[in-house]
Design a binder for this molecule. Sequence first.
Ligand code: ADP
Ligand code: MG
Length: 171
Amino acid sequence: MIECFLPDAAATDALGALLARTQPANAIAHLHGDLGAGKSTLARAWLRALGVEGAIRSPTYTLVEHYPLAGGGKALHLDLYRIAAAGELEFLALDDAAATLWLVEWPERAAGALPVADLRVELTVQEEGRAVRLLEGTPAGSVWLDRVSKTGVCEALLIPQGRKSSQPSDI
Ligand SMILES: Nc1ncnc2c1ncn2[C@@H]1O[C@H](COP(=O)(O)OP(=O)(O)O)[C@@H](O)[C@H]1O
Ligand SMILES: [Mg+2]
């Protein structure tokens, strides 16, 4: 598990780029957090970092957007907030076999109908910024998080939470 503090949207973008850079060739990420927590911001930065050009729309109404990736893979960006029942996923023609990356907002709405997440991202509003927790869900996810730790980016660029609370305040 990795925890960091994202002081602004640019830090969320940096995290998206970091996860794109460190992800395995096939990756499933579940993005948890309330409305406005930064899930779409993270997904957009992630897809951009993988070379997606043009508009990256939030799949709020379409439920899913498909993006061909350089190198032959395909990314699926899902937002399941408006799904009525997990069974509705079947009607989206997700083409699971061809998808090399899944970025799923509101995965809890389709519990049990989605492939198991390698990485679980939990975003929460914290003051002006966002706290984020990265949790491994598979052995591949565990290797992935090791790679994230080794970059030191979470510490250097994203200001770890520990530093915030260790500021002298009550002298
Ligand atoms: N780390 C952050 N600190 C402050 N604001 C952020 C951060 N990350 C994203 N935001 C902002 O939060 C708002 C909502 O983001 P969005 O990605 O649409 O949320 P969600 O998809 O979770 O509903 C956007 O205006 C975005 O710029
Ligand atoms: Mg969203």
